[in-house]
Ligand binder design. Structure first.
Ligand code: ADP
Ligand code: MG
Length: 727
């Protein structure tokens, strides 16, 4: 043992650990454990906390309990070969209980008269006596008079690897290696973190432990305090390493990329804001100030502007674009779909009608000649603002691009920056999203992005009422819809699919799909817009103007329908999620969502946003198809319970996990091993603050005290975040 441990290092293949060997070593590989070091840092996924020992009168039927006592009677009865019952009595001052084992004759050799044990299990009252069938038994000797059982680690397992084996191997790995580990967190740093965490309300008994103490305690905690201390240390360490990498990258971006400073002045500010036909909200003003501050610097702004649907992000973006134009630079606005691009184009044209600002639109329906013309004017600087869909704007040449605004971006990660440069100068970036990102995620996945949030809604907004519709309500609901239409309002009916038998979406070249209509299923499809449209038009609302809009229509057709709806020439628009993003028709107040279980929370919320744009109260009713009523779906219940996009985002995050919500896998960051950005948000805050301070003081962590820490940052994030320069 001493021999083996003397030679063992972190990189020793796990099979050489005593008791493992090649066969089990291969099994461990399935868990991603190749080296003894991997095993050492394979943190328990959970712990078992055996119930504290009780006295006999505290036992309750079926409630897990432990009891300490002495064996006072034992008997093995063999019925036939292989069939046996072993029964024994465990007694202490508070009374006696019976324990029973079937077909485990070896128990008779262990559980002998006078032996002290602790048993754990679920007691059942059998007659007048409590009985434990197959309890867990811990043998106690005279000295270890424990009143508190130990906490047991629970490791991830794979086929052929048992829990007790993992426990033994991890213990062996720890014995062999713990003392040789180098400390990445100097004591002063641990002290600083401890104080910050305590100030944040965390109940840490002792300061964050050193790596030796912490590793022993994370695998074999003596008590809950020791476990909390150890876990907190490793969570903090993991988050600190990540935040250091992100802080280094932020710093690199600000020092290596060059942008034109686009400065603001009171005059320019007034000239821009005077164009807006309404009073700006406080949040909009604050966002504009932040953006102006960013754009005035020599390095690119990288800001995410998030706000619930209808919070008025577009106005803020227009402000930023006008700031660029006021500085004699161009700006580009990218939308995810052609419909949205056109809507933005029209908004801009309207707002800037009497100005000298020249605006261009580039989209799939332009002829080659028109397209060439717009591109030439963009390159020559004849156009100040260019609006278009993302795909079509790639590779376009600008005379002097100062700002790039990206609308309704749901998925984008640390590494993704749109490749738009002009003359070696990087534009400032403003990204807008209506899918609010929980703060915790913004600090991790979007770690090098500054965040601005519009929480306040423009005044005079109607609220939205959301109902979970039972199938048998449908008729009454349509009566309600009719009533709304009679009052002059308009409505949406949304279903997840185009048709029961349809083909795939047709897309123009280089264009993003307008919506994510789900793949069609072969079974009979009650939630296809075509079926719903036919039914509503023929049976339910034959006297009303009902229209059908979906992503398979041509762009011209889509735009014509949207315009007709906006003009009030259509009463009821049956549609897919093509209307999910951005469409703005204030007179639309009532929305019916069919097949709602097929939509994600964020999507539902986006949809709901379409009927909260005017001064009238909006009404949304969701129906599911199939057997289950909407009340059965947790997601839909959450949707009904709150209208706050941020609460929904947090809930979505909880229900689906961060990866799904954000496409975090695309973010380029490795998964976290022990930290959970939702549960460990407080630690994340502290880690981020400390990381920023360390990088401010020592940008490349060159000081000798950071050697081990820096090595961890580079090992884990160096390649992914291009931190090469710092190496
Ligand atoms: P979103 O954040 O969803 O992109 P928009 O920018 O499209 O929101 O704004 C939604 C609507 O609210 C638009 O019709 C816009 O003109 C209007 N609006 C924006 N800001 C204000 C404000 N401060 N006061 C009144 N209306 C506003
Ligand atoms: Mg918008």
């Amino acid at each position: 043992m001493t021999d083996a441990s003397a030679q063992t290092s972190l990189s020793t293949p796990v099979q050489y650990l005593p008791g493992v060997g090649p066969t089990r070593g291969n099994r461990l590989k399935k868990l991603g454990l190749r080296t003894v070091g991997d095993l050492l840092f394979c943190f328990p996924r959970d712990y078992e906390f055996p119930a504290p020992p009780k006295s006999v009168d505290q036992l309750r039927d079926g409630e897990p309990a432990s009891l300490v006592g002495t064996i006072t009677d034992a008997e093995l009865v063999s019925r036939s070969p292989g069939k046996s019952i072993f029964g024994a009595v465990v007694e202490n001052e508070s009374g006696a209980v019976r324990i029973v084992f079937f077909n485990q004759p070896f128990r008779a050799e262990q559980l002998v008269f006078d032996r002290r044990v602790m048993i754990s299990g679920q007691p059942k009252l059998n007659g007048l006596r409590w009985e434990f069938v197959h309890p867990k038994v811990t043998f106690l000797d005279e000295q270890s008079e424990i009143d508190r059982p130990e906490i047991l680690p629970i490791y991830p397992l794979t086929e052929g690897v048992k829990q007790h084996e993992m426990r033994a191997w991890v213990t062996a790995a720890a014995d062999a290696l713990v003392d040789s580990l180098s400390e990445a967190l100097p004591e002063t740093l641990r002290q600083e973190a401890t104080e910050a965490l305590r100030a944040g309300g965390m109940n840490l008994r002792s300061p964050l432990p050193d790596v030796q103490t912490a590793l022993r305690a994370i695998h074999r905690p003596e008590d809950r305090d020791a476990l909390l201390g150890a876990r907190t240390r490793f969570v903090f360490q993991e988050l600190l390493v990540m935040q250091l990498a992100l802080a280094m990258r932020r710093r690199q971006l600000t020092t290596s990329l060059q942008s034109s400073p686009l400065t603001s002045s009171a005059l320019l500010d007034a000239r821009i804001t005077n164009r807006f036909p309404f009073e700006l909200t406080g949040d909009q003003r604050a966002a504009m100030r932040e953006i102006a501050g960013d754009m005035g610097r020599q390095f690119p702004m990288n800001r995410l502007l998030q706000g619930d649907v209808g919070s008025g992000k577009t106005v803020v973006a227009i402000y930023a674009m006008m700031l660029a134009v006021g500085n004699s630079h161009q700006a580009v606005l990218m939308a995810p779909t052609e419909v949205l691009a056109r809507q933005h184009y029209q908004t801009l044209c309207r707002m800037l009608a009497d100005s000298r600002v020249r605006i261009g639109l580039i989209c799939g329906s332009l002829t080659a000649g028109q397209r060439r013309d717009v591109m030439a004017k963009t390159a020559s600087g004849e156009l100040d603002l260019l609006v278009g869909t993302q795909a079509l704007l790639h590779g376009i040449e600008f005379k002097s691009l100062g700002l790039c605004v990206i609308d309704e971006q749901h998925k984008f990660g640390v590494r993704q920056r749109v490749a738009l440069r002009s003359g070696g100068i990087d534009p400032h970036y403003l990204v807008m999203s209506a899918t609010p990102i929980p703060r915790s995620v913004a600090m991790t996945v979007f770690g090098d992005v500054e965040l601005t949030t519009l929480r306040e809604k423009p005044p005079g907004r109607g609220s939205v009422k959301t109902y979970l519709g039972r199938p048998e309500w449908q008729r009454r609901w349509w009566d309600f819809v009719r009533q709304q239409l009679n009052e002059g309002r308009q409505g949406f009916v949304v279903a997840p699919r185009v048709s029961a038998s349809g083909a795939n979406t047709q897309q123009g070249p280089g264009e993003l799909p307008d919506d994510a209509e789900t793949e069609l299923s072969s079974e009979e499809d009650v939630s296809s817009v075509e079926a719903v449209f036919r039914q509503l038009q023929r049976e339910t609302f034959p006297d009303r103007r009902v229209a059908l809009l979906h992503g398979q229509l041509g762009n011209e057709e889509k735009i014509r329908l949207m315009n007709e709806f906006a003009e009030g020439e259509i009463d009821l628009l049956v549609t897919t999620t093509v209307i999910e993003v951005g469409i703005d028709v204030p007179n639309a107040t009532v929305m019916t969502i069919l097949g709602a279980q097929q939509f994600g929370l964020a999507q539902l919320h986006q949809l709901r946003g379409r009927v909260s744009r005017g001064t009238h109260t909006g009404h949304v009713c969701v129906f599911t198809d199939g057997q289950q009523p909407p009340q059965e779906y947790e997601r839909l219940q959450v949707f009904e319970s709150t209208d706050d996009g941020f609460e929904l985002a947090e809930a979505d995050f909880r229900l689906r996990g961060p990866g799904d919500v954000l496409g975090a896998r695309q973010s380029g960051l490795p998964p976290l091993r022990i930290a959970n950005v939702i549960e460990d948000l407080d630690i994340l805050h502290v880690a981020r603050q400390i990381a920023q301070r360390l990088i401010d003081e020592d940008p490349n962590l060159d000081d000798a005290q950071w050697t081990a820490l820096k090595a961890q940052v580079l090992r884990r994030y160096g390649k992914r975040l291009d931190l090469g320069d710092a190496a």
